[in-house]
Design a protein around this ligand. Structure first.
Ligand code: MN3
Length: 200
């Protein structure tokens, strides 16, 4: 088995009231597990067997849609669980990362506004992102299981805007979900780790 479902880094009810136990039971225990199982089945016998997850995602993009969709979503969700934590969000952003955000995007407030807007305007299923491209931090959005990885950038923060991520808690109010994610859930220390790795 190349892909395995990680344990959540917190209890299923730890992100309440912003993300419910029921949402995480479906989203982590069922949706992510399906990407893991489908990905393992679709990987068998391909040229990417034995490769790293990032190489599988980049290599299968545009070549093997079934494998890409599942491997891409496995990659995105592995990080998504870590991009959140209880009592996250707010303006507690590690210094170097905060400086880079201000230099690239104008201000922390503008970054949050643009990140939320990217998620609101992603038509259908997908993700909103902060990514590093050519040393700068950019805001992106992507469809389905795509990520900045397959668009020449390194993802450092992503928010899942598939309906399975918010419909139980927010129904059709995607903007409210994105605002709660930014204000109360983001684990900026994990974003900082990915930022440091991306600019090395
Ligand atoms: Mn999802």
């Amino acid at each position: 088995m190349t892909f395995t479902l990680p344990e959540l880094p917190y209890a299923h009810d730890a992100l309440q009231p912003y993300m419910s136990k029921e949402t995480l039971e479906y989203h982590h225990d069922k949706h992510h597990l399906a990407y893991v199982n489908n990905g393992n089945n679709l990987l068998k016998g391909t040229e990417w067997e034995g490769k790293s997850l990032e190489d599988i995602v980049k290599g299968s993009f545009g070549k093997n849609a079934g494998l890409f969709n599942n491997a891409g979503q496995h990659y995105n969700h592995l990080h998504f669980w870590n991009w959140m934590k209880p009592n996250g969000g707010g303006d507690k952003i590690p210094g170097k990362l905060e400086k880079a955000i201000v230099e690239s995007l104008g201000s922390v407030a503008k970054m949050k506004e643009d990140f939320i807007q990217a998620g609101v305007t992603q038509f259908g299923s997908g993700w909103s992102w902060l990514a590093v491209k050519d040393g700068k931090i950019i805001v992106m959005k992507s469809a389905n299981g795509e990520s900045p990885l397959v668009h020449g950038a390194s993802p450092i923060l992503g928010c899942d805007v598939w309906e399975h991520s918010y419909y139980i808690d927010y129904r059709n109010r995607r903007p409210d979900y994105l605002k709660a994610f930014v204000d109360h859930l983001v684990n900026w220390d994990y974003v900082d780790q990915m930022y440091q790795a991306a600019v090395k």
